[in-house]
Design a protein around this ligand. Structure first.
Ligand code: PLP
Length: 400
């Protein structure tokens, strides 16, 4: 590795002191000390390749696709510290992290136990791409341990879950599922995108690999597509090999943006938790709303599980307005503050209809059976002023 004048020694991943609070970790973990050239903001290493030093081996080659430039190393160390894992690896998208992590732990003939309703891209990978590779998946509800046991095969290798499901906003038996995987010798993978490590750290419950679409809360500004896999050094090494070969690496500029976004993650998520709870309560008492799903509402079916494990309930709300699809369309058009767009987790409030976006690939009847009617609206609550958001939603509901 070409020597950076300063900072290189401490830029490498190393165990962080987990007794430090998340706000301290978000700002300082992974940042080279002393800072490179005295730069308080870690510079962007916008170089695809680095000098080869005579006498050093293949594993000392530094190249952007191998995710080992100082930009990659710094942001990965910050993420590992925030998730409380030994290592982390950033990738070119959430899907790159998810597919590489699954492929690292599966081969032809293997079987996956997966939670019933997952993010559309993950669902497509398991039902189409993985199946083509000779890997089968059984989908099970995450609130029914009997179903997990019943679906187990001698070839089952992986349990795959989401800490809060997209788009149903459900929280399953997360602790029991991790314990089941451990008892059965399965590798447990969890997509922790919705809560972010500020609300939930799955490694503490025993999950082996924690995955994120870092596009969402981790970056938080809707200007980067990125992913991350967190876990033990040995597991991340296996995932790293897949990413190196499949090419799903993150570019240095996006590493820098993600690293900058992470510094305010605790503040953003706290504001989003608060806004979402207030907005969900306002929706729940609005006569123009047929139903609301938000794990922070005491009456929500996932509330008990969310209370058990989460520090905050996150900022994704799903609701169904009265009046069907046309009312849902009129409502979205009448909103003044939120933008009608896919994705989530940014500082701005977004609304979308999953049936027309992330889950459009599922046939309509199947979607409805899963609990995703066409008129269901997903809200990603931002950091705007609570009163402004509530006023805007109430006005748009009245106009719909
Ligand atoms: N996981 C969840 C829960 C998501 O919501 C998304 C995207 O919306 C992904 C994974 C995929 O992430 P990306 O778009 O960064 O590949």
């Amino acid at each position: 590795m070409p020597r950076a004048p300063e900072g290189e020694e401490t830029a490498m991943p190393r165990p962080e002191r987990h007794e430090r609070g998340p706000r301290t970790l978000a700002v300082h973990a992974g940042e080279p000390r002393p800072p490179i050239h005295g730069a308080v903001a870690t510079p962007i290493f916008q170089s695809s390749t680095f000098l080869v030093e005579e006498g050093r081996g293949y594993h000392d080659i530094h190249y952007m696709r191998l995710s080992n430039t100082p930009s990659h190393v710094a942001v990965a160390a910050k993420l590992a510290a925030l998730e409380g894992t030994e290592r982390a690896l950033v990738t070119g998208s959430g899907m790159a992290a998810i597919t590489s992590a699954l492929l690292a732990h599966l081969k032809q003939g293997d079987h996956v136990l997966a939670q019933r309703c997952l993010y559309g891209g993950t669902l497509d990978f398991l039902t189409e791409n993985a199946r083509q590779l000779g890997i089968e998946t059984t989908f099970v509800p995450l609130d029914d341990p009997g179903a997990w046991q019943g679906a187990l095969r001698p070839t089952t290798r992986v349990l795959y879950v989401e800490s809060i499901t997209n788009p149903l906003v459900e929280v399953g038996l997360l602790e029991e599922a991790a314990a089941f995987a451990r008892a059965q010798g399965l590798v447990s993978l969890i997509d922790n995108t919705f809560p972010s490590p500020m609300n939930f750290r799955p490694a503490a419950l025993g999950y082996d690999v924690v995955l994120h679409s870092a596009t969402k809360y981790l970056n938080g500004h809707s200007d980067v597509v990125a992913g991350v896999a967190c876990g033990s050094a040995a597991r991340i090494e296996e995932i790293h090999k897949q990413v190196n070969i499949l090419g799903g690496s993150l570019d240095s500029f996006s590493c820098y943006l993600l690293q900058r976004g992470l510094k305010t993650l605790p503040l953003r998520v706290r504001a989003q938790n608060e806004n979402a709870l207030a907005l969900a309560k306002a929706l729940a008492r609005n006569p123009a709303v047929a139903s609301v799903r938000y794990p922070g509402l005491p009456e929500d079916p996932s509330h008990a599980q969310a209370r058990r494990h989460f520090a905050g309930f996150g900022a994704i709300i799903a609701f169904v307005p009265r009046g069907g699809l046309e009312a849902a369309r009129r409502f979205c058009a009448a909103l003044a503050i939120p933008l009608h767009a896919v994705s989530l987790g940014g500082v701005e409030t977004l609304v979308c209809r999953p049936a027309a976006t992330s889950h459009a690939g599922i046939p309509a009847a199947e979607r409805r059976a899963l609990g995703i009617p066409d008129e269901r609206i997903r809200i990603s609550v931002g950091i705007e002023d609570e009163a402004d958001l509530i006023e805007d939603f109430e006005r748009a509901l009245a106009a719909a």
